[in-house]
Design a protein around this ligand. Sequence first.
Ligand SMILES: [Zn+2]
Length: 255
Amino acid sequence: METANTTAEAEEKPRPERNNWANRSKDYLQTSQILRKSKTKPNGKKPPAEEKKHYLEPEYTKVRVVDFDLKELVVLPPEIDLNEWLASNTTTFFNLINLQYSTISEFCTGDTCQAMTAACNTILLWQDEKGKKIKCTAPQYVDFVMSSVQKIVTDEDIFPTKYGKEFPNTFETLVKKICRFLFHVLAHIYWAHFKETVALDLQGHLNTLYAHFIVFIRVFNLVDPKEICIMDDLSEVLCNPPPPSPTAQNHVTER
Ligand SMILES: [Zn+2]
């Protein structure tokens, strides 16, 4: 196999736009761009912590924006380098999960969410750079996640965009860390802000984004299953591909 390359040429050639690879046939991503416009204030205030997992009710789990097999979407294309594919998808998921959180962020305050809660009575503590655990509110936790991930994905030494530049040895470890943090944000949205998401009629986007993300991290083994088991019940329902519909439509039809 001929792999020789001249470094002189390498500087000239820009890499293809990273997000284009991950965005193939994802109509729901485009729809996500207008999420902010559809924001209306749901009635009432933030409900108290829910014991019941409303997001598991069939009327909600059947709502998705796409009805194709998400496994096909995450598979590594033959011509693409694995690290490039991981970088592309991780960056896309970061942007989408940030956007999804922004739709409910006005309801996620230091008063309504005094801790970073998730299913199964989970309270997540942030770890600072020295490894010290910090108790913080959910919006603070999400802010820590988003700013630290932003810092990593825009660091040219970690997520290189210039042709010929190598990924560092720490790349995979950092991608795993990012995915673990992004999962926490999704888990909090489901646990503490699902009613508001439904009031905004965005549960289809959330379900699709969640299922796509879970399929991605499972296929590439990016998060220890023990770290995400608190949401296994939802993952099982959402990640199974829907039965083929005789009337091919973009939306899963409701009965
Ligand atoms: Zn919250």
